[in-house]
Design a protein around this ligand. Structure first.
Ligand code: ARG
Length: 462
């Protein structure tokens, strides 16, 4: 250790230029790897002793020095205040040496910051995957809760943002539930590739120290060890994959946000947001703005940006480690933080939201959302679907001209378009009948939706 915590002074005769040192420095953000890096260092020291490189005495000194650092940091929120270092790895080594003396100088035997950072970063991402998985489940719970509070609510379903067919409000909630279910699966799947240990890969070539890599991996909870040292120190696929999953979570939150922003506008009036998650206007006294939801939508772009930054950072790198890779940290940290706060806010918004059921029902019943029912009715009476579609189109045009809904037309006027139509038509034109008829797995009939809600609750028990 030469100058202030620097790990590589021997070959250098000049001090680092200040502007360069500040540019090169990553401690201000990679300190977030502190616990992961110290934990891996403890296992490294134990493995070095088993390999006959460290005496038991030195190993004990190193392990207790590192454990003390973990305790000190856990008990002091200002632990890092005012401290400087090139990166978290030099910080930890420097601190260990100043704490326990010369034994600390042996810890770095056989390892490099290149396998060290890859290991610590994977441990950090692993922890974050578990954390985010729990938060996604929280959003799912809030969706199920909202669906149950409005179990009988009906609303128009849209395509092209034009009223299409009625759906149960709970069906809409469960659509988002499914998206978040896939997100949890994706997190779990990404974890398989994240949870592989690079330690023992050295700077790029492996190490000549006879380390039991499998034993370290077991102690650190990794599922396995990397198979190629060049790949292990230069692979950041796991970071790209993690931020990709984060991007999709944000996509889903953003779409949820957009739907709800529309639904709480006066034009829709479907959803009532709680004051607790809305903001006012500095000028217009009447305003209640859905800022929380707009931020969900807005922050998606920020996470996508990190995703692209990571891909671009990696694409031209020669094997193996390059300092470009230090840029991976802030992208991943900010993506994780953004998704985490977004999931929490989405949960709060949903828990406090309410539906204006009369309004959603009226909207579902208006705007010819039962036109498809009428076409299906004609099909049951033997009319080929294409002809039925054409006929009903003409009936809708006629109804629009008269300013009436389909069920307000008389049987006689309907018969003029299709003699197959009889008085029984009015039964199928009701919103409840339209909904009940979608009694197919995945469909929106109240019965199926109730089943789906039950399945969702069952799923959330695990
Ligand atoms: N702070 C560095 C990073 O995040 C650690 C690895 C540095 N290795 C090196 N050989 N300079 O990538």
């Amino acid at each position: 250790m030469t100058k202030s915590g620097q790990l590589w002074g021997g070959r250098f005769t000049e001090e680092a230029n200040e502007t360069f040192a500040a540019f090169n420095e990553s401690f201000r953000f990679d300190r977030r790897l502190f616990v992961a890096d110290v934990s891996a260092s403890i296992e490294w020291a134990i493995a070095l002793e088993k390999a006959g490189v460290l005496s038991t005495k030195d190993r004990n000194a190193i392990v207790s020095g590192l454990k003390k650092m973990l305790d000190d940091e856990a008990g002091d929120s200002a632990y890092f205040d005012g401290l400087t270092a090139e990166d978290v790895h030099s910080f930890i080594e420097g601190k260990l040496i100043s704490g326990i003396g010369d034994a600390g100088r042996k810890l770095h035997t056989g390892r490099s910051r290149n396998d060290q950072v890859a290991t610590a970063f994977r441990l950090w991402v692993r922890h974050e995957i578990e954390h985010l998985g729990g938060l996604v489940a929280g959003v799912q719970r809030a969706l199920v809760d909202l669906a149950e509070r409005h179990a009988d609510a009906m609303m128009p379903g849209y395509t092209h943002l034009q009223r299409a067919q009625p759906v149960m409000f709970a069906h809409w909630c469960l659509a988002y539930f499914e998206m978040f279910k896939r997100d949890r699966e994706r997190l779990a799947d990404a974890l398989k590739r994240v949870n592989i240990m690079p330690l023992g890969s050295g700077a790029l070539a492996g190490t000549s120290v006879n380390i039991d890599r499998d034993a370290i991996a077991r102690e650190l909870g990794f599922d396995g060890i990397s198979a190629n040292s060049l790949d292990a120190v230069s692979d950041r696929d796991f970071a790209v994959e993690f931020v990709s999953v984060c991007s999709l979570i944000m996509t889903h939150l953003s779409r949820l946000g957009e739907d709800m922003i529309m639904y709480c506008s006066a034009e829709f009036g479907f959803v009532i947001l709680s004051d607790a998650v809305s903001s006012g206007s500095s000028l217009m006294p009447q305003k209640k703005n859905p800022d929380a939801l707009e931020l969900l939508r807005g922050k998606a772009g920020r996470v996508y940006g990190h995703n692209l930054a990571l891909l671009t950072m990696l694409k031209g790198l020669p094997l193996a480690y390059n300092k470009d890779m230090q840029e991976d940290k802030e992208a991943v940290f900010d993506a994780a933080d953004t998704v985490s706060s977004s999931l929490r806010v989405a949960t709060v918004v949903l828990i406090n939201a309410a539906v204006n059921e009369a309004r959603t029902k009226d909207a579902a019943a208006a705007g010819y959302t039962n036109a498809t029912e009428l076409a299906d009715y004609l099909v049951k009476k033997g009319v080929p679907f294409r002809n039925a579609h054409e006929t009903v189109g003409r009936i809708v045009l006629f109804a629009i001209e008269k300013g009436q809904e389909l069920n307000e037309l008389t049987t006689e006027s309907l018969k003029e378009f299709a003699p197959e139509i009889d008085t029984d038509v009015f039964k199928i034109l009701s919103i409840t009948s339209a909904l009940a008829s979608k009694n197919i797995p995945g469909g929106t009939s109240p019965e199926r939706v109730k089943e789906a809600l039950g399945a969702a609750k069952e799923y959330l028990k695990d």
